[in-house]
Design a protein around this ligand. Sequence first.
Ligand code: GLY
Length: 471
Amino acid sequence: MDAHDIRSSFLQFQRDRGHAQITRASLTPKHDPSTLFTGSGMQALLPYLLGQEHPDGHRLVDSQPCLRAQDIENVGDNRHTTFFEMLGNWSLGDYFKEQQIRWFFEFLVDVVGLDPARISVTCFIGDAEHGIPRDDEAASIWQRVFAEKGIEAGIASIGSQADGDARGVREGERIFFYDSTENWWSRGGDLFTTPLGDPCGPDSEVFYDFGPDHHDPAFGLAHPASDSGKFMEIGNQVFMQYRRELDGSFTPLEQRNVDFGGGLERIAAASLGTPDVYRISLLAPIVETLERLSGTSYADDPHSLRIIADHLRGAVFLASDGVRPSNKEQGYVMRRLLRRAIRTAYGIGLRDSFFGAVVDQIAGLYEDAFPELADRRDEILEVLLREEASFRRTLQAGLKALRGFEGRTLTGADVFLLSDTHGFPRELSVEEAERLGIAVDADWELEYDSALQAQRERSRGSSRLQVAEPS
Ligand code: GLY
């Protein structure tokens, strides 16, 4: 199944089980000043998880575009994206653990066709201090559903990620208990960072095992919650049954909810048998277009092509949802995505405008699920082209200034000056200097960092979101 089929099958699967399909929320939350972007499907459903009656009933499903700007620096490896689609289903005080676990497992194994022997799961180990029990109920449901597929699923208590990195997985283990840093979910993250007044609860995460070839030993021994690449999280079932009170304690909610979020791109990668999400049907065509336009092959420079593909996809959705590049908040992130994409494209020889082809392609890829992209195609393209033109002027001014350094050694202070006065990205200064045969001081980075630090100290207290150079 490709990503398109997985999305439509998931929506159908849940509609067949009584879920009403709801319209996706904007990427910029309308009634939630605590966050710049929608980063999970549940954000728009907060009042209903706390007990308000939802007009569409107690069972809901959608596929929600999400943006996690905090991942921007991680984009370039085979699994990080800033923009992604989260498949979601919710029970608002209706079914609970048994039904949720059974249905998701059935969807993965019987509908998508994943090998159950490659699936591992995690459950909450409990928290005595806050009176929250270990989730043996979820673990025994998992044992039963695996047994129905002929798999005996051994249980292991791991605790923290660090413990898992040292311990690894032992023969027969498939169900793992972790602490609240791994198996607790709220908008704020783990148990201790749950916002006061928010719904929250223990969760049970599902991982796909890509096999030992994908394990990076630099992360310690492989186990589901490690970052070593062997296991990839593909879905998270939150048993949202508590509210964090103003005194920090947790009390049971009147209704026990299920909040499920599954990464469409990651489930599609598992279905394809590759941990590289950029190979799936929603991203590979963008990468192929970029390969064709730049003459750079994915095999030679996956890092650059992933950054451009991810950032432009995010920017197209942001533009469709009304965000415009600017120097603050959502607009700042959008500007950063666009400038990183342009600057990366520049680095692989894509020096003429290429947004038109890519915007059309992205709109085409989402024609079925998010037709608003095609409807707003002209407006989206205009926004992107305007930013592209302005950043190209910056690049040109910077290049001209850089030529003034011919015959000299470019220092960190020079690189800082180029970035500060012309907005010329630091890596680009160094790369272009090398291309023009200008020597670059070996300690340029140290000197650059101290010049930047000195400037930060001078301007401390000024606006929190100034546009720095796109890195
Ligand atoms: N709301 C569940 C998740 O984002 O993992």
